[in-house]
Design a protein around this ligand. Structure first.
Ligand code: TRP
Length: 332
């Protein structure tokens, strides 16, 4: 089976944008691929963060992944910092990556702009660590959203450069692009994010989901109830695509265009569907929170399994780059 790797940062509350754009797709790939999913904590420290909150966030993120069906029976789930081979390989990749490539990365430029007071080496090096995440498992496929395509392309280039210099070692991983439409925040303007205060949390109870949807922005061209709407311009409709079944989708689409239903009815249907999908996940999260040892165990054994692969690849890499002493290699 082909191998998949993907990662999610433990930065803040997970929202339905993360769920629809990443986690739910990851779960759909479990049967067709050998999947490795990672909470990338070392990526999250490249920007300012609250040290006291980090551990809880890592655990929370992992708990949600498992509750969304990424269970240890079906895939490897683990925390990046538990497998030090990621950062070890990143160092070696640093030595084949041109700085110019990193300076060109859109995400680096954006984050450098947002965090002017803390433009650190890690922020620039972020895509190299990401390449190491993927290639330490020789993964062939990487399910991500549009915004990560550039990073995966760089990963391919790093693989090519390494292979050209040290001999055929790594595959050139391909993106599996999420087909889900991009959900904007409840303001209908910006990308959904907790810091923008426009996010619907994956763990929000139905009453909060309804409150956030009730007040959320709709099609800007539909000012009055009897104006015909334009679903293609409406973020609520985008959410319907992600959460509603075809028959209801058609009902709200037609109803909106002909003004036979109002935005409130449309939102009520969405709210119900969204809650129905999220409640079972939320219940599993509650269950896991009652016995945190379980999630810890999953992560420990996940790291063991990941490390089994990562160690072997590191051995091969050390040999290929000429630093390994035959026979003298000590076991770590
Ligand atoms: N950069 C990714 C994001 O922000 C997270 C990530 C880290 C990742 N390492 C990865 C994604 C490896 C895919 C593969 O979404």
């Amino acid at each position: 089976m082909d191998r998949i790797f993907s990662g999610i940062q433990p930065s803040g509350e997970i929202h339905i944008g993360n769920y629809v754009g990443a986690i739910r797709n990851w779960a759909r790939l479990l049967d067709q691929y050998e999947c490795i999913y990672c909470v990338v904590d070392y990526h999250a420290i490249t920007v300012d963060y609250e040290v006291e909150l980090m551990q809880r966030r890592i655990l929370e993120t992992a708990t949600i992944l498992i509750a969304c069906g990424l269970t240890p029976e079906k895939c490897i789930v683990f925390v990046q910092s538990h497998v030090p081979e990621h950062t070890e390989l990143a160092w070696i990749f640093n030595c084949v990556t041109p700085i110019g490539e990193l300076e060109r990365m859109t995400q680096f430029k954006e984050k450098a702009r947002q965090h002017r007071q803390n433009i650190n080496m890690g922020l620039l090096d972020y895509p190299v660590l990401q390449a190491a995440d993927i290639l330490i498992y020789k993964a062939g496929y990487v399910p991500v959203g549009e915004d990560q395509v550039q990073h995966v392309e760089l990963c391919r280039e790093i693989a090519r450069k390494f292979n050209a210099r040290f001999g055929e070692t790594f595959p050139e991983p391909q993106v599996i692009l999420s087909t889900a439409p991009r959900i904007l925040g409840t303001d209908g303007q910006a990308k959904m994010s907790k810091s923008m205060n426009n996010a619907i949390g994956l763990l929000d109870p139905p009453s909060i989901i309804w409150e956030k949807l009730r007040t959320a922005a709709t099609c800007p061209h539909r000012e009055r109830r009897y104006d015909p709407g334009h679903p293609e311009h409406c973020n609520i409709y985008t959410m319907h695509i992600a959460f509603s079944k075809p028959d209801q989708l058609e009902y709200v689409e037609k109803g909106c265009r002909t003004a036979s239903i109002g935005c409130l009815e449309c939102k009520e249907i969405l709210s119900k569907n969204m809650s129905e999908e999220l409640i079972p996940i939320q219940n599993r999260v509650k269950g896991f929170n009652e016995k945190p040892e379980y999630v810890m165990e999953v992560l420990t054994s996940g790291a063991d399994r990941a490390r089994g692969i990562a160690r072997q690849v590191m051995e091969e890499v050390r040999t290929k780059i000429g630093v390994k002493f035959g026979g003298l290699e000590t076991k770590s």
